[in-house]
Design a protein around this ligand. Sequence first.
Ligand code: HEM
Length: 400
Amino acid sequence: MADLDQTLAVALKGYAWLPDLRRRAHGGPVRTRIMGQPAVGICGPSAARFFYADGNLERHTALPALMVRTLFGVGAVHTLDGGPHRLRKLLFTHLLLGDGIDTLAKLAGEAFDEAAEGWRGDNPVVLFDEVARIIARAVTRWVGVPVADSEVNALARDLVAMADGFATVGPRAARALAARQRQERRFSKIISTVRETEASPEPLSVVAHHTDEYGLLNPRTAAVELLNIIRPTTAVAWFVAFAAHALDRWPRHVSRLRDDDEYTRAFVHELRRFYPFAPFLGGRATRDLFFQGEPIPAGTLVLLDIYGQHHDPALWEDPYAFRPDRFLGREIGDFDLIPQGGGDPRTGHRCPGEKVTIAVLGTLVQRLARLNYYLPPQNPDIDLSRIPARPRSGIEIVVP
Ligand code: HEM
């Protein structure tokens, strides 16, 4: 089975595909084929260290074209290697690892309060959709492109579509492609206008005036990168829906979340460990390599099993139990908890938005814990064969 091309198996098995293959190889590196190419699946903190070691792997030849054209955008930082990557990455680390994060989290909290006013009554609202709009509103205010109330719905729908359609062919991919076309066009125009204006708000002006080795980015690429701040921030809505799912299953956490910031942080880490988001990451070996005695010839795709690492009993006691306490008072190593990649976000490909994610998610989880609501009958199950997964109902809530 491992010798056959596994592209279809990924589509059918989703998050379980790589962990299953690895189990058959007794947990070590496992050889397979995907998208017609030889690949090896690896897992664990030492695998993550190997995956992110400077010069081992490249990205620009490893990312599927559909993923680039839906999720990241052509020319995005995700698709760069070496010097051009480091230069482009500065744009993100400058904006996303500094003081602005608290402002963004505060804006998200305020947008939640504004929206929650309108939820009261007997009719259920879909939390996932509401929170996607809340975050889209907050992050566009934060970057300096406020969006009119009448436009927030359409924008949030497009941002969700881009993240929802990257791993499939068919209608979800078609929706993602159309959404990206629309929003890249819109934000390219905004970038061009900003370049003609004397003063404009940060971070918008920082993105508009960022230069690479050839000078200013073309407006379309700048729009791609602006969207690479706005889109993934909106994707935090997935984790808010997971939080509501967790609080429904294990309501004992609610009271501590209301005012205990340290517990909220631990809860947020446990959400990002326990629930599925990115199943695995891929890079291509730039030279002949060895990992745990296994030769990895140049050109092989290397897949880092994120979901497997987060559910490995050798790393996490009782990994299928949702236990925020495991993160209380614990230092997290750069390669232990990797829902947003591993290593140093300044030099490697690790997500530069991790601090933003933790701050925005923490704020919204606390708001949710303080809200008086209940779940009417619905199907909140999470189908692990669907990438990205989310509760089927989107979590309907009634706020009496
Ligand atoms: C739902 C929360 C998020 C998750 C699960 C997530 C996950 C990830 C993952 C798995 C990667 C790839 C790491 C790699 O290739 O090694 C990544 C990269 C990236 N993320 Fe996030 N992310 C999230 C939120 C954010 C936010 C809030 C931002 C920006 C505000 C952001 C911006 C980026 C960018 C620009 C990259 C590309 C980095 C590079 O290639 O150097 N992400 N993210």
